[in-house]
Structure formats: C-alpha cells, structure tokens
Write a protein that binds this ligand. Sequence first.
Ligand code: NAI
Ligand code: MG
Length: 346
Amino acid sequence: MSHAIAVLPGDGIGPEITAPTLELLNELGDFTFSEHPFGGASIDAHGTALTDETLDACRASDSVLLAAVGGPKWDTTDPSAPRPEQGLLGLRKELGLFANLRPVRPVPALYDSSALKREVLDGTDLLVVRELTGGIYFGEKTRTDTDASDLCHYTVAEVDRIARVAFDAARKRRNLVHSVDKANVLETSRQWRQVVHEVHGADFGDVELRDQLVDSCAMELIARPTQFDVIVTENLFGDILSDAAAMLSGSLGMLPSASVGNPDGPGLFEPVHGSAPDIAGQGVANPLAMFLSAAMMLRHGLDLEAEATAIETAVDGALADGLRTKDLGGDATTAQALDAVRGRLS
Ligand code: NAI
Ligand code: MG
C-alpha cells in the first residue's frame, strides 16, 4: 500500500532540505508525494499563506511533511498583509493537532557541541509531549490601564486526550511517563493530575506514571536528563521545558518535531528550525532535522517503526563517520549529507 504524503517545502532552505528527504524516504518504502505551495511561496502565488487547495490536499493525505516558512521578503509592519506564519497556525488548527511531540536524543558524536557534560548527556533519550491548543495561551485575556489578566483554562476532555497521546507514546518507548504540573498551587494542575491518573488507571496500567512539579522538572532536566522517557505537560510549561530540553542536543539543525492528535486525520511533521534565509540557495543547509522529522512521520503518522529507526540509526552512523555540515562546524554540503545517511541505511 502506498502512503500518501502531502509535502510542503515552504520557503528559504525548505525546498533544499525537502528534496533529499523525499529521496531518502523512497529508499525505505512506497510513498506518493504531492507538493503544495505554503507560507511565503503561497503568498507569492495566491496571496494567502494557506490556500483551500493546500488544506484539502493535507486533509486527504496520510501525513503532512513540512520544511519551514518565512523570510525577510514577507516581513511587514502592515497588520493587514498576509504572513507566512499564519499558514502554520491555520494548518495546525484546521487539522485538529493538539499534541506537540519533541524528542530529545543527543547524538554521541555531537556531545562536544553541547553545553552539558558528556556524563550527564550519555543515555539521554526523552520525548516532551506538550498540549498545544489549550491553557493560558488560549484563555480569556483582559487589559485596562492598571491591570491585565490571562486565564488558564482546561477541560477534562482536553487533559484526557493529551494524557492518552503520552501513554501511547511511552508504550513505544520505555514505558515511563512523567506528568508535569504545579498542583501545589494551581487548580488547573490539581485537576490535570487527577485526570491523568484516571486515564492511567482505566487504560494504561502497564505504563509507569510519576507526577512532578514543573520547577523541579526544569532542574532535573538539566541535572539528570537520563531519568526521563516521556514528559507530558500543559501548553505554557511545555513551551518552556521543550526549549530547555532541546538545548541538551546542541544544534538547531538536528531537532525534529511532530504535531498530532486527530485520530481521523493526518499529523504534521517538521523540523524545529526556521527557513534560514541567511544560507538559503547555497546548498549547505543541514537536512538532518528534516530527515529525523520524516522518521517521526514514519513512527507516529504511519506506524512504520522499523523504517523510522533505520533513519535515526543511519543519521547517528553518518555523524559517527564524521559528517559535519556548516552549522556543525564542518564543510559538508546538503547533497553530501544525503549521501552519507543513505550510505548508512543498509
Ligand atoms: P532559523 O531557524 O531559520 O535560523 C537560525 C539560525 O540557524 C540561522 O543562522 C540559520 O542559518 C541556522 N539554521 C537553521 N536551520 C538550519 C539548518 N537546517 N542547517 C543549517 N543552519 C540552520 O531562525 P530565524 O533566523 O530566527 O528565522 C528565519 C525565518 O524562519 C523567519 O522568517 C522566521 O519567522 C521563520 N521561522 C519559521 C519556523 C517554521 O517554519 N516552523 C520556525 C522558526 C522560524
Ligand atoms: Mg517556543
């Protein structure tokens, strides 16, 4: 069976890292790719960052693979002008993607480029599951001349469904979930904790569950990252913790992400980095975060676990062989990075 992938190359280095990723995927299975304009490229062609045609094509696909959008060409102070980022927010919302997954897996060959010690990093392999569509970012906002407020609101249903994503992910990993909250202070956290335990008791008794306060989690992430497998948390805590955790692996050019949650529709898989306009068009972009995003797509979007692991192992192997693109302090081109990873696939 061929898997239908909607491909959104986007802007800047996007097309340069997309093409080798599709080549790599073609080595691993039967995929049908359809490419669609998105972000700045779509604004240029159609006057909007996300057209109905692109959205319909994404809805009809098994998975959506996105590179990056944006660039100085579309930076504007005119509030009515279309912006590339509107495409991102619109796509996540329209596809019902409420769970953001960010794995952090420092590669031994790159330990020296991390701010942390080798002994601390060694064996780190964790996944932050961040709730993406609720909490204080989406609560009621008020402001007068003398005060302002942001309301943090969660429904039981919103907590229930993100907990399930985390427990499911843990089953494919090391079967451990840390649920992170601030239950000593916040009512939303007390209910969060209760709901997570109810979901656990009802359907995921085989997975180990630990509660942790967010301030303690921040400290432990830097001090002893190897103790974590899956970390599940609400939107604001997840935003902060996932950026902190990301720094364990050193380079922006290495970090993949997934947005999932709608069982009846495709997930969205994309590198954490942006469109890097400063190096676009030179053929020197690091495609590894995009390769690893494709691996997440295989695992979380298409249930192709062996193929996902094959990409990750090949990336590790290529780095161990000495592959270094410019951002990693070397001079390998994007094309050479593809050759190195492809050569390690078998
Ligand atoms: P950026 O991530 O594009 O670049 C930051 C720095 O990292 C640059 O020096 C860039 O050359 C380097 N870099 C990033 N990815 C790289 C890669 N794969 N290989 C080698 N070097 C890489 O962030 P920046 O410069 O703040 O934003 C540039 C544009 O990207 C802006 O328009 C921004 O809005 C957009 N952006 C889009 C995102 C998305 O599509 N999800 C996320 C972040 C930014
Ligand atoms: Mg952030």
